[in-house]
Design a protein around this ligand. Sequence first.
Ligand SMILES: [Zn+2]
Length: 433
Amino acid sequence: MSVNKNKPLEAVLLNPDARLRKLADSAELTTLSLQVSIHRYYQGVLDLYKLAVSYLDDRLIERCFVLMYRYCWFCITELPKHPDDAEHESTEKTQARELLNNAVPLTSELERQILIVYEAQAVYYRFAESQRVLLLEDPQAWRLQQETANKRYEELYKEAEEVTVRAGMEMGRVRPLQPEFVDFGPNERPLPQVPTEVTPSKLLLTTREDEPGPSNRHVSSPAVAPGSSGSAFKPIRPAADSQPDESSANSSLSDEAVPEKNYAIPCDLVEKFLKCCAENTKNNIQTCGVLAGRKLRDRYIITHVLVPKQSGTADYCVGQGEEEVSCILDNASLLTLGWIQTNPKSKAHMSPMDFHTQHAYQKIMKESVAVICAPAHDEVTAFTMTPRGMEVLSECKLTGNHPHPETYGELYTTAPHVVWSTDFNSYILDIRD
Ligand SMILES: [Zn+2]
């Protein structure tokens, strides 16, 4: 029996968030090559999507997550960088954009399930680590509690295994019901049928990890069996007769910078919203709407504008039926991520009352933005309160129209984290009478 053979457990296994981050990072290892035509790329991302779906059929949820995440990441972040993308039109491109509405919520649900699995596994791994440390520090005490410890190992392993299997089942059950978008209104288009038998595109499945060289990064490649959830989970015992999990031995915690541009709004959203409130705008009445969407890892993606029942004037607009709005958004698993409003005659700016609205949104979610459309001046801006603005507004107890001492640049500013994307579509849900 040799204690030295037992390496410490990789920190990433003990930290579910870091483990998930590492998995997602592996999805971003492929980058855009300008040598490849944009059309080929769209064919490639569709293959990627199909392969991800086939992994889900096999309940290999980690593999599915990596490919589905890569699909979203490519469609939203990488393909728009291609110089030919703006001009390119093809069936594949249209299909890829439509599928994005399916892929984003699916990826986000996969992420949630995998985190549950990783958390259950981390409990087991933490126990294994505590046993390893005990063996090193006090071998006698370690031996004395071996029987109890073994029992605990069995229990924790069983629990983690059950959670892992359940997550796979859960995803297998959820997928055929998706997406909620389909029944969501006249603006929605049905999703194309996805064949399950596909030939994966080497183009997007080849990551930099496949290339030889010292710059290789470790990507977790779980040992999986059909029918399992695809989450690698092997018993680890700190006894000399059982070896540490080699598959995790090379893992390390990766430092990840918080992305600056983590809030994407589709460009067609403003046009659709303005069309929807044209009548009000003509009559010099403001219209407001709720920006709703999904969280995909650490990025927010606006997919819908919900236009509630409301009353407005030339410089004022207030939404009604808060419960109805919440209910609709909940049913569609959409998050409230900000708001949008027209200023029919004036320029794109925020009034003191808008400050208070935005302050309330931003208090709940700091990424929330206010999109102000000024059709008469052909201006659209996504605004955010500055830290100073949040401070001032927290202290302001006034209601109705009232001035604030500071203005643009001090209390509020153009939201630096917003990206306007031409790569996916938005939908308007107009529930006014
Ligand atoms: Zn105030």
